[in-house]
Design a protein around this ligand. Structure first.
Ligand SMILES: Nc1ncnc2c1ncn2[C@@H]1O[C@H](COP(=O)(O)OP(=O)(O)OP(=O)(O)O)[C@@H](O)[C@H]1O
Length: 272
């Protein structure tokens, strides 16, 4: 199987902080590849280096054979990127947003109009073309952002927590779109904190402290740890590395919040 993304021993430091530390990733063409990891693990920093917008401190990386150091313009034409913030112009209409993204990639005239029609239909936005973006619900904004990310027909779609803050129905619809795009041959790289989404990926990598600590298909990972779910695998690795029981820290949180509640109700009582 050909790997469309190859990352070897990638590092990124910000001053004294090492955000990405000897990271390796091999992403097969046409796959849905999930990156999981706690907050601050280095997921977004890795993605920014893959997209060619952040220069690595050291290490190697190629996107479809193109070095991430040399030819960021060529890389950008191959990648569609969507972040959790959606990067849409809130005061523009649906159509104007897609047109704007098309103009960024130099897509004009008949080709642009045909492409916009396809994307509106793919995202299920028919009838909403002239709505102002800020009036759309989170789920519609998300699908519009996906349409904008696909306007230049990229081979790779990179999604950084694309479903953060949208409701379960919108999440399901969004993932149906991802599966459809994957069937069309697009490689999808997605970061997520949702384990059900991770289990929908062909492969996943767990990132912790800037390094990949485990990778494989969801099934392989679950079997290797002899547990029930990917969440159990994830928690197992975090416990192994930190030497701390995640369960007990949840208990501590519960204990703390109970105390907080007690003192809150106590102070309310005092006020009465
Ligand atoms: N431009 C920057 N300057 C300084 N530190 C940064 C910068 N960007 C990221 N970091 C730090 O690098 C570390 C990794 O951050 P990153 O955003 O890659 O994590 P993440 O895994 O995407 O987290 P999250 O799940 O919260 O999005 C964090 O400690 C973060 O504060």
């Amino acid at each position: 199987m050909t790997n469309i993304i190859e990352i070897k021993n990638l590092n990124k430091t910000f001053g004294k902080l090492t955000a990405v530390n000897g990271l390796n990733l091999s992403i097969p063409k046409g796959s849905i590849y999930g990156i999981l990891g706690p907050n601050g693990a280095g997921k977004s920093t890795t993605i920014r280096m893959i997209c060619g917008v952040l220069t690595p401190t050291s290490g190697e990386g190629t996107i479809d054979g193109i070095s991430i150091y040399d030819e960021s313009e060529k890389i950008k034409s191959k990648i569609g990127y969507m972040s959790q913030k959606f990067s849409l112009y809130q005061d523009l209409t649906v159509l104007e947003n897609i047109r704007f993204f098309a103009s960024l990639y130099g897509i004009k005239g008949k080709k642009r109009d045909e492409r916009i029609k396809q994307l509106i239909s793919m995202a299920g936005l028919n009838g909403r073309e002239h709505q102002i973006t800020k009036n759309l619900s989170g789920g519609w904004k998300q699908r519009l952002a996906l349409g904008c990310a696909l306007v230049h027909k990229p081979e790779i779609l990179i999604l950084d927590e694309p479903t953060a803050g949208v409701d379960p129905v919108a999440r399901r619809v969004f993932w149906e779109l991802i599966f459809m795009l994957s069937k069309q041959g697009i490689t999808v790289l997605v970061t997520t904190h949702y384990m059900d989404e991770a289990e929908s990926c062909d492969y996943v990598s767990f990132i912790f402290n800037g390094s990949v600590i485990a990778k494989g298909t969801p099934k392989e990972l679950i079997e290797s740890k002899k547990v029930e779910t990917l969440e159990d695998v994830f928690i197992g690795y975090v416990e192994e590395i930190t030497g701390e029981k995640v369960k007990s820290s949840f208990e501590e949180i519960k204990f703390l919040s109970n105390n907080e509640n007690e003192s809150k109700s106590g102070s309310e009582n005092n006020e009465i």
